[in-house]
Design a protein around this ligand. Structure first.
Ligand SMILES: [Zn+2]
Length: 311
């Protein structure tokens, strides 16, 4: 009962905060699916294209730079060789609707936390209010998978079908990210994953593969926020990588860190923390006490801001 009450409170807050198309999105929650347990793709395969309709990126960190200004979120409900959405099925539709609510909760959480550092941050993500932010796609390939082998396939869908420049202009936005939603059940063992600029200079269009069910649970709003943080440059904290050391990972484990980039909690309210370390890596600050104390790597904003890095 408590949980149901919390859900409706969340819904109420959401509806109160969300407003017309083009305005700031929206809300928050918890559970324990640790983001994307597999490492992000590290391939630097070329993504050059001579398509005249393609957005010309200015080299500022892919399709999403700093967690600042306005960000357009495009939702793509995708069928692949192993999963599909049955739009005539009541339970599929309920699940599909929940993805929008969770997306709004994540966008609100990001907005309110980033708001501690900037007064200029917002998301446009409600495809009910803004129908041009929703797409329904069919793929013959297997896209629910543990690797990044299909990056180009999904990227090309975006290039061919979505007028990204038009959306950026229409909404007056600086950033655009894409969330692919796959209708997976609890038995799915792959957790959500993000293909972001930090995965390699070949990643210019930044998108997330969200799985509605994973590892015995519905994917919670905290996972949405975690993945979206990646697109702005936040690294995972639960394994050592090019910027995070093993000793810092060990430290996070020792204190059972609540940092959203370390673990994501279940529930409809995001109770994870947005730390000063996260703020630094998503470009909201120029320095971080934690980075200095632990000698962690520099943010992509500091390393590559405004520059296109050749592969
Ligand atoms: Zn992650």
């Amino acid at each position: 009962m408590k949980r149901i009450t919390a859900f409706f409170i969340t819904l109420f807050i959401l509806l109160s905060v969300l407003s017309a198309c083009g305005q700031t999105a929206d809300v928050t929650s918890d559970f324990s699916v640790a983001g994307d347990s597999s490492s992000e793709i590290t391939s630097d395969s070329a993504t050059e294209s001579d398509s005249g309709t393609e957005r010309t990126y200015d080299g500022s960190l892919g399709s999403a730079g700093k967690l600042n200004g306005k960000t357009v979120v495009v939702s793509i409900y995708a069928d692949d060789s192993t999963t599909s959405w049955d739009k005539d099925d009541t339970s599929d539709n309920a699940r599909l609707e929940s993805t929008l609510l969770y997306l709004k909760i994540a966008a609100y959480w990001l907005t309110s936390n980033a708001g501690q550092y900037t007064d200029d941050v917002s998301f446009v993500c409600d495809w009910k209010q803004c129908p041009d932010l929703r797409y329904d796609a069919e793929f013959s390939e297997t896209l629910v998978r543990p690797d990044g082998e299909m990056y180009q396939v999904q990227r090309q869908y975006i290039v061919d079908n979505i007028d990204s420049d038009g959306l950026l202009d229409k909404y007056g936005a600086e950033n655009i990210i894409y969330l692919y939603f796959f209708n997976t059940d609890f038995s799915n063992e792959f957790t959500p994953r993000t293909f972001d600029y930090g995965c390699g200079p070949g990643i210019d269009i930044e998108y997330v593969n969200m799985y509605t069910g994973a590892c015995d649970f519905f994917t919670p709003p905290a996972s949405y926020a975690h993945e979206m943080m990646h697109t702005f440059g936040a690294p995972d904290l639960y394994y050592a990588n090019n910027v995070i050391s093993q000793s810092y990972v060990d430290y996070c484990e020792s204190i059972t860190s609540g940092d959203i980039m370390f673990s994501t909690y279940l529930g409809e309210h995001i109770s994870n923390e947005f730390t000063e370390l996260d703020a630094y890596y998503v470009g909201l600050t120029d320095s971080s006490e934690t980075v200095e104390a632990w000698d962690l790597g520099l943010s992509e904003h500091e390393l590559y801001g405004g520059e296109w890095v050749e592969g």
